[in-house]
Design a protein around this ligand. Structure first.
Ligand SMILES: *[C@@H]1O[C@H](CO)[C@@H](O)[C@H](O)[C@H]1NC(C)=O
Ligand SMILES: *[C@@H]1O[C@H](CO)[C@@H](O)[C@H](O)[C@H]1NC(C)=O
Ligand SMILES: *[C@@H]1O[C@H](CO)[C@@H](O)[C@H](O)[C@H]1NC(C)=O
Ligand SMILES: *[C@@H]1O[C@H](CO)[C@@H](O)[C@H](O)[C@H]1NC(C)=O
Ligand SMILES: *[C@@H]1O[C@H](CO)[C@@H](O)[C@H](O)[C@H]1NC(C)=O
Ligand SMILES: *[C@@H]1O[C@H](CO)[C@@H](O)[C@H](O)[C@H]1NC(C)=O
Ligand SMILES: *[C@@H]1O[C@H](CO)[C@@H](O)[C@H](O)[C@H]1NC(C)=O
Ligand SMILES: *[C@@H]1O[C@H](CO)[C@@H](O)[C@H](O)[C@H]1NC(C)=O
Ligand SMILES: *[C@@H]1O[C@H](CO)[C@@H](O)[C@H](O)[C@H]1NC(C)=O
Length: 893
């Protein structure tokens, strides 16, 4: 009885629902987004059942979902965006999205869907955007649109559609955007989409269109027909052509009877044109590729134009000119003569060789790119005319070196992209005079050295990316001059510590000097980084810190982070951490998000977490968390607290082993020894008081008390007599599973069927006699109370086993509660006394030598069994005058 109450008090059962999810993590700070990306999810219902019902976005991309149970999303009433891309869906049978009436965008890209029932989208009354690219659809019925009254865009590219037809009943008057890129469509009828504005039919190589194919689509503005026979476009009716504003097509001009201008006849409203020349050369006979009026925005790709003295690209003003992969070789000052007003010029993927005056006259240019152009050297003279240039992109070239003052003419430049080149070092004047530069990307070069003062003129720079280089050491003052830097990225370098060097390789106390406005820093994936304890002192406004992929063993984290009072998000990913210091952050910190994934953290420090008063998000995945009492607080805190989400809580395994049990299921009931000891203390104190009281009463009221006690004794006797045989078992055997072999092979046969012929004993063994379906604790308690003795088979394993020590403690408790000493110890091995230190009582018993030691010699073992049985039987005889009564009798005298 008492025990039951005790247990009820001490061990509260774990509740069902807490703050943490299965397979998903609620984004922070965008708490309306549920992030379930790449979690190997198979059973959708299992995951969705834990999702809060007011979430608006769920990203389930890249999982193994094969079926969507009907109405699966019905619970999440406010769901607007659902991403189910990259799963294993094979068909939509109908009803899958019932109840998802608020859904606006559905992404089903990259599944294996081959059939869609016409009722599949039932219930999606608000859906505007449906993405189905990269599936295996052979047909789709326009009847599916009957259930989509708000649909605006549908993406069906990269399927296997052979036709797309309005023959069956169905269609949509709201659909404006239809993407049918890269199917096998031969016949098309979109008459049931009267409001269509945009249709992409490129890469349907066998497509044929009737003259009046778009007669029912008066709003059609965009028609994309690349990699389709040119005749398809030419054959369309005048009416359709007249209203088009954006057209794309392919034409091999060398062999075709048609010219680009022939294709454009009747298209008077074009503002954007994209022509794929399928590798044609400039025709020898007529070097003018285009001699008609062309739109403001012209893209020519995949040609073989060679040296072009004058670009033969039509009349009329241009604002944007893209000549992508056009085989341009030499371009000179006259090449762009007819494009004086151009604002955007892209010359990507040309092996172009430029003259020092190529851009003469392009004074209106604001955007210039030559990505992937095999450029090795940049001539500062190129840029002299480009006074208005805002953005310059030179990525994926072979630039080895930047001359001093190379960009100095570009005083209005705001963005400079130099990633993916072969830069080896940055000299001190490379970026001189770029006063207005905001963004500079130098990532993915082979920079190993940056001269001091390289960035001194970049007073406006707010974003600097140096990742993916070979920087080995950081010159203390490289950031000096960057008075407006907000975001600094330095990971993927070769930083390491230089033995004996003057703080090189270490992020020293002056590295961030003057960086009071820096907002976000990412460092890591280097060989070895160390932070000077004062490294972050200047970063008074730092909000995001990302440290990843380094050995940080020598850094004193609490010292380094102590100045970061405004830090909101801290990531310490894969940095070889064994534990988190209790004072990770300064006392008045404002940390909201802490990510410590992929370290070796076994125990979460409660003091550390308690000190993070504003923590909302904790990610501790990929750590070998132990399911021991040290983490019992963490388990229950993770489940029950309502402020901090523990990322993927219901996926956390003990020891980070997929086969081991889940942390949230780990049974921490045994961890409440503190309570047991406390209760023991209380009980003892109470008994002391009673005893004292009794003693005093004895002195004062001796005879009366003696009388009362005698009555009590008589009553006790009477009850015992009436109770009959009290014990179901003679002994409950408590042992560690590691010692099971000895118990089964030696103890059980020798006690249950003694060779001496004595009557067998009734033993209670947990693997055999515990009632299935009952809690293990109840079973243990019942076993101890229904057995006359508790035999503990003591070995080193026993001492380590949590269950055994619980059994031991409970059996000891019985001495206290009903006065019977039921414990009998069998030592299978000699255990040094210091191993027993946590068990005061065990130590006492061992000191008094009141235990049985298993002899190694076989001839002594027979005697051992005889003594064992005696010990178990011995007490049976004096049960009537058991210890409790003996003491009572003694008391009465
Ligand atoms: C969802 O509801 C919870 C409480 O029920 C609230 O704390 C939270 O702010 C809500 N989230 C959104 C995105 O509305
Ligand atoms: C999926 O999970 C739900 C809820 O946890 C369960 O009822 C159902 O049986 C599971 N389905 C499959 C196919 O495992
Ligand atoms: C879901 O995650 C994938 C992978 O990061 C991403 O490509 C996709 O855009 C996300 N979808 C949404 C709706 O955010
Ligand atoms: C849809 O899913 C694909 C594949 O995951 C992803 O690349 C794309 O960004 C997603 N689109 C939207 C609009 O979420
Ligand atoms: C997709 O489905 C087809 C059958 O429709 C099957 O043969 C194929 O293996 C599936 N592919 C994947 C990647 O599941
Ligand atoms: C498209 O289909 C509709 C309905 O079947 C038909 O009336 C119309 O003539 C067809 N249009 C074309 C261009 O074939
Ligand atoms: C589309 O067609 C072009 C030209 O034929 C080809 O280069 C490209 O690979 C095709 N794209 C796809 C996705 O089929
Ligand atoms: C061209 O567009 C106008 C206005 O957008 C529209 O009224 C007209 O019907 C369209 N013409 C054709 C032939 O589609
Ligand atoms: C430009 O280059 C040409 C030869 O390529 C050279 O003659 C001329 O002097 C150069 N102009 C300037 C200003 O350097």
């Amino acid at each position: 009885m008492l025990m039951t109450i005790l247990f009820l008090l001490v061990f509260n059962a774990s509740a069902c629902c807490g703050f943490g999810f299965k397979g998903c993590s609620q984004n922070y700070p965008e708490t309306h987004v549920m992030w379930c990306f790449n979690q190997n999810i198979v059973n959708l219902s299992d995951v969705i059942s834990l999702v809060p019902d007011n979430i608006t976005t769920i990203n389930l991309s890249k999982n193994n979902i094969r079926v969507i149970p009907p109405g699966a999303f019905g619970r999440v009433l406010s769901l607007e965006i659902l991403d189910l891309s990259q799963n294993k869906l094979v068909s939509l049978k109908g009803g899958e999205f019932r109840g998802a009436g608020a859904l606006v965008r559905l992404n089903l890209t990259s599944n294996n869907i081959s059939s869609i029932h016409s009722n599949a989208f039932q219930g999606l009354t608000s859906l505007r955007s449906l993405l189905l690219p990269y599936n295996r659809l052979l047909t789709i019925s326009p009847a599916v649109f009957n259930h989509l009254p708000a649909i605006e865009e549908v993406f069906l590219s990269l399927n296997k559609l052979k036709s797309f037809s309005c023959a069956e009943a169905g269609g949509s008057s709201t659909l404006r955007h239809l993407d049918l890129f890269a199917n096998n469509i031969q016949t098309l009828n979109v008459s049931c989409f009267p409001n269509l504005k945009y249709i992409k039919l490129s890469n349907n190589s066998q497509l044929e269109l009737q003259k009046d194919a778009f007669a029912s689509n008066p709003r059609l503005k965009t028609l994309l027909l690349q990699a389709v026979e040119a005749e398809v476009l030419v054959g369309l009716s005048e009416k359709t052509k007249r209203n088009l504003t954006y057209v794309a097509f392919s034409l091999f001009v060398e062999k075709s009877p048609l010219s680009i201008c022939d294709m454009l006849k009747g298209m008077n409203r074009l503002s954007k044109l994209k022509v794929d020349l399928k590798g044609s050369r400039s025709p020898q006979s007529n070097p003018v590729l285009l001699d008609c009026v062309t739109p403001l925005w012209l893209t020519i790709n995949d040609a073989n134009l060679g040296d072009v003295a004058h670009t033969p690209l039509g009349k009329g003003r241009k604002e944007r000119l893209y000549l992508i992969n056009c085989g341009l070789k030499r371009v000179s000052q006259t090449t762009f003569d007819s494009f004086k007003g151009v604002k955007t010029l892209q010359l990507n993927e040309n092996k172009v060789s430029m003259q020092n005056d190529t851009f003469r006259g392009l004074t209106q240019l604001t955007f210039l790119s030559f990505d992937k152009c095999n450029i090795r050297d940049i001539d500062p003279l190129w840029f002299v005319p480009l006074k208005k240039l805002n953005c310059l992109s030179l990525t994926k070239n072979e630039i080895i070196q930047l001359e001093d003052y190379v960009f100095s003419a570009l005083t209005n430049l705001r963005e400079l992209y130099l990633h993916f080149n072969l830069l080896k070092f940055i000299s001190s004047e490379a970026f001189s005079k770029l006063w207005n530069l905001r963004r500079l990307n130098l990532s993915l070069n082979i920079i190993h050295y940056i001269a001091e003062g390289s960035f001194k003129d970049l007073k406006s720079l707010s974003y600097l990316d140096l990742s993916g280089n070979r920087i080995k050491r950081l010159t203390p003052a490289i950031l000096s001059g960057l008075v407006n830097l907000k975001k600094f990225i330095l990971y993927n370098n070769k930083l390491h510590l230089w033995p004996g060097g003057q703080g090189t390789g270490i992020i020293g106390p002056h590295f961030f000097k003057g960086q009071g406005q820096l907002n976000s820093v990412a460092i890591g994936n280097s060989i070895m980084v160390d932070f000077h304890p004062d490294a972050f002192v200047p970063l008074v406004n730092l909000k995001y810190l990302y440290v990843a992929g380094v050995v940080l063993k020598t850094t004193n984290l609490s010292a380094v982070f102590s100045p970061l009072k405004k830090l909101k998000r801290l990531t310490l990913y894969r940095i070889d951490l064994d534990s988190l210091p209790a004072n990770l952050m300064p006392p008045d910190n404002t940390l909201e998000m802490l990510k410590v994934q992929a370290n070796h953290i076994r125990v979460v420090d409660k003091t550390m977490v308690d000190a993070l008063a504003r923590l909302r998000f904790l990610d501790i995945t990929e750590n070998p968390l132990t399911c021991t009492c040290d983490n019992a607080w963490f388990k229950s805190w993770a489940i029950h607290n309502t402020q901090t989400q523990v990322s993927y809580l219901y996926n956390l395994h003990c020891d980070d082993d997929r086969r081991s049990p889940y942390l949230w299921q780990f049974d921490d009931k045994t961890c409440s020894y503190e309570y047991v000891s406390f209760t023991l203390f209380l009980t003892c104190s109470l008994m002391d008081v009673l005893f004292l009281g009794a003693c005093m009463a004895w002195h004062i009221q001796g005879p009366t008390v003696r009388y009362l006690l005698l009555i009590l004794r008589a009553k006790l006797r009477g009850r015992r007599g009436a109770a009959g045989p009290k014990f179901q078992y003679d002994a409950f055997i408590s042992y560690s599973s590691k010692d099971e072999a000895w118990v089964i092979q030696q103890l059980v046969p020798n006690l249950e069927r003694p060779p001496s012929g004595a009557p067998g004993l009734r033993l209670c063994l947990h693997h055999r006699d515990f009632r299935p379906g009952t809690g293990i604790l109840e079973n243990i308690e019942a076993a101890i109370y229904s057995s006359r003795h508790t035999v503990c088979v003591v070995t080193r394993h026993f001492l380590r086993s949590e269950w055994c020590s619980l059994e031991f403690q409970l059996a000891s408790l019985r001495l206290l509660c009903d006065g019977s000493d039921v414990l009998l110890l069998v030592l299978l091995e000699d255990i040094p006394e210091h191993c027993l230190s946590p068990y005061t009582r065990l130590r006492k018993i061992v000191r008094k030598k009141t235990y049985l030691l298993w002899p190694e010699k076989p001839q002594e073992q027979e005697l051992f069994w005889v003594r064992f049985i005696d010990a178990l039987k011995g007490n049976e005889e004096d049960e009537d005058c058991g210890r409790g009564e003996e003491e009572l009798a003694h008391l009465i005298g």
